[in-house]
Each structure stands twice: as C-alpha cells, then as structure tokens.
Design a protein around this ligand. Structure first.
Ligand code: AMP
Ligand code: GLY
Length: 424
C-alpha cells in the first residue's frame, strides 16, 4: 500500500517510523517531512494546505491512504475534500471531517459539545467584541486565576491564565477588541480554573468503535520546574504513573465513550485520532481541550509503545472495523526529551549542524525541525530532535534519554533537565 503522511515534525517521524514496520506499507511519502523522514521514506515538497496539489500528487503516485499529522489541513477540510471528489472519494483520509475538526478549531464548539454530551469540563461562557462588558462582569463572578481562551487556532498561544482581575479585563479587551490573536480571538471562552495535574488521553476511532492508546504527560514550559514561556512541548512520559485503573475507568466511561457516542448522535464523521487534554482534580478527570490529532512530543512516546501494526489499525479505522482488532501495548515506559534551538520559543537561529545522531543505539532519535543540507543534518525549527527511550519504569527510561543526549550536539542546543521529575 502506498501511503502519504502530511506533516514535518517529531510526531510525523514517529508515525512514519511505525508505519514502515508494517509489511502493508510498501511506499511511504511524507510531505514535506524532515531530515529524519527522508532517511526512511520519500519526502515530497507539497504545501499541506494546497489540496489541489495534494490531489494531483495522490493521483499521479497512486496513493492509497492519506494520514494527516497536524490539525491545520483537518480544520481546513481535507477529509471532506477527498470525500467530495469523484477521483479521491475512495481513498481513506485518517483524520476527522471538517465538522469534527472544529473540536480543536473552535474552543466554543468544543465546550458546546462537552456540555451537550454531559462530559465533565470547566464551567464557561463565551464572548465577542459586542459583549466584552458582559465578559468583564463574568470575570467578576469567578475566582482567580482567570482562564481566557481564543476561540480559534492560535498556534498554541491562545490561552492566557491571569491572576489579577484588572489585567484579565485588559487582556479580554486586547483579545476581543484589539484582535490580539487576529481572527482567532474574535470570540473568547472564559473558563473556570481547574487546579490539578494534567494528563493526556489518546483515542483512535473509526467513528463507531474506539481504541484507547497509552496515556502521556507533556512538559509545556521552556524552563525546569515548569517555568517560563509555553512551548509546543519539551518532553513526555508514557504511561502516566498516576493514571491508575480507577482513573482510567473514569476517563473511559465519563469521557471517551460519551465523546464517541456524541460523534454518532451529532452526525460527526470522525475517523482518526482524538487527543483529550485532561486535568485530574482530586481523582476526577475533567476535560480542558480536544485536539483532533496526536500530540507532539506525546506521539514520540505513545506510538513506540503500540505493538499492533499501525497500518492495520488505520485500515480498520477506514473500514469501521476497529472492533475486530486487538490493541497490544508495550508495558514498558517510554520517555522523550526535546532538544530545542537556543532562544525558542522566541527568536532562534536555524541551520546549525547537528552531530552525534549516529552514535546512539539504545534510544530512538526522532527528528522534528531538521533538514539535510549537502548531506549534513542541520536544525530547521525551534524543536529540533526528540530523544525517546524505553525502560522498565520512567526513571530508567529518562536516564537513558539523558545519557544519550550527551552524545548529541548543535550550537545553542537547549533541553529541560527535569522531565519526569514531578512524577517521582
Ligand atoms: P489548551 O490550549 O486549552 O490546552 O490550554 C493550554 C494550557 O492552559 C493547558 O495545557 C493547561 O495547562 C492550561 N489550561 C487550560 N484550561 C485550563 C483550566 N480551565 N484550568 C487550568 N488550566 C487550564
Ligand atoms: N504537546 C501538545 C500538543 O501537541 O498539542
């Protein structure tokens, strides 16, 4: 089977690596890919939002399945584009319909879905420029800190958590009236603050049946001790040690089942990953967000733990036969540490030569922001490499990642030294 994978991060390198372990995957294209996917698959220079160009490529290369890594093409309706095209309609796209992708594309849509289907989530209300004064009044009814969320996609920057009420009001104005996040903040969700520990639950669904994938915990801020600016994610651990059987049972019955049933009740076509961001508040899992894709760097710890053939799983998603497959999970722990460019998530330099990858044998080095230039791998983004390791527990796994990082080098390389420490 010829497969096209869209995306270029660590998530996509991990998905490509896993799909290539399947005898069913005979040809794999990655668009646009990175220096890591280039060594195992064929990179193609396609704009992942140019659906006509993707169509031409898919027809020309007889692509038989499209797997979508990031949310953008999904939110822009790549699933529907394929379904509504006479030449593409039989080619499965792994990812939700445009309607389903609104779970990530619109915070308000997600909140309405959660409330409608009785899924535990923080209390909220939403506001526009016309109702900004009502928004300020709503803030007065809440206790600090105040959570303000831009409704639309804002490259992971659209959530503000503010302690001071006056500052929260100013920011609400900035978002709604001064378009702080452009069109994405023309609507703002104000939400009750939840105090607890975050974890993420990943689900693969065919719209009817589902498989719960391993849990993971991400480390979002740039600095040790979870300080400083928010990033795409600086490391991850799977499974999450505090996600015991009791918590997992609550997550499945109160959150996962009603989510998938909600898709059916609302007529939402959904054949792909659901990434559910949760906060564990004193043993009670509460949803803070849906994403309609896998997480990055969570994929780099979740996917290596899946023993089942990933291409078979995707075929079952396409055929709505996921119930016929048994999901096998590696019981070991996996951890990943992201190596980033100095300065990230603010300004940073690219094009730094990366050395040492070939010296690592007992960790997996997934490429994120890299490209190859005259045979040399160089940095090409903020997050550059993810070093994933296995261990009988996460302490062992993380030790291996840190030992192997010693062998890697690029100018101004930075990483967090405390991944997993909060779980001890
Ligand atoms: P989101 O983009 O919705 O995941 O929000 C980004 C981050 O803000 C989350 O990972 C949480 O750390 C935090 N966050 C979002 N919503 C809440 C909430 N209601 N209470 C506490 N923290 C939150
Ligand atoms: N690591 C968080 C995300 O992928 O959204």
């Amino acid at each position: 089977m010829t497969i096209l994978l869209l995306g270029s991060g660590g998530r996509e390198h991990a998905l490509a690596w896993k799909m290539l372990q399947s005898s069913k995957c005979t040809h794999l294209f990655v668009a646009p890919g990175n220096a890591g996917t280039e060594t195992i698959a064929k990179n193609v220079n396609l704009n992942i939002l140019d659906f006509e160009a993707i169509k031409t490529f898919v027809i020309q290369e007889n692509v038989e399945m499209v797997v979508v890594g990031p949310e953008d093409p999904l939110v822009h309706g790549i699933y529907d584009f394929f379904r509504n095209d006479s030449q593409l309609k039989n080619i499965p796209v792994i990812g939700p319909s445009k309607n389903g992708a609104q779970l990530e594309g619109s915070k308000e849509f997600a909140k309405q879905f959660l409330v409608k289907h009785n899924i535990p989530t923080a209390g909220y209300d939403s506001f526009t420029a016309e109702t900004v004064e009502k928004g300020c009044a709503f803030l007065e009814t809440l206790k600090p800190p105040y959570v303000l969320k831009a409704d639309g996609l804002a490259a992971g920057k659209g959530v503000l958590i503010i302690n001071d009420i006056e500052e929260a009001k100013v920011e609400l104005h900035n978002m709604l009236v001064n378009q702080k996040f452009g069109q994405a903040s023309s609507k703002v969700v104000i939400e009750e603050f939840l105090d607890g520990i975050e974890l993420s639950c990943f689900v693969l669904t065919d719209g009817k049946n589902y498989k719960i994938l391993p849990t993971a915990k991400d480390y979002k801020r740039i600095g040790d001790g979870d300080t400083g600016l928010n990033t795409g994610g600086m490391g991850a651990v799977s499974p999450v040690p505090f996600a015991d059987a009791v918590l997992l049972e609550k997550i499945e019955t109160r959150i996962v089942k009603p989510t998938i049933e909600g898709f059916q009740k609302d007529g939402i076509e959904y054949k792909g990953f659901v990434f559910i961001g949760l906060i564990n508040v004193k043993g009670e899992p509460i949803v803070i967000e849906y994403n309609v894709r896998m997480g990055d760097p969570e994929t780099e710890v979740v996917v290596p733990r899946i023993k089942t053939d990933l291409v078979e799983l995707f075929q079952a998603v396409a055929n709505q036969t996921l119930n016929e497959i048994t999901l096998e999970i590696d019981q070991r722990s996996a951890t990943t540490v992201m190596l980033v460019s100095g300065g990230y998530p603010e300004d940073y330099e690219k094009g730094k030569a990366i050395s040492g990858i070939e010296n690592i044998s007992d960790s997996i080095v997934f490429h994120a922001g890299t490209k190859s230039e005259n045979g040399q791998v160089v940095s090409n983004g903020g997050r550059v490499l993810a070093v994933t390791s296995f261990g009988d527990n996460f302490q062992e796994a993380i030790k291996k990642s840190y030992q192997n990082i010693e062998k890697l080098h690029f100018d101004k390389m930075y990483f967090r030294k405390d991944i997993g420490r909060d779980l001890l």
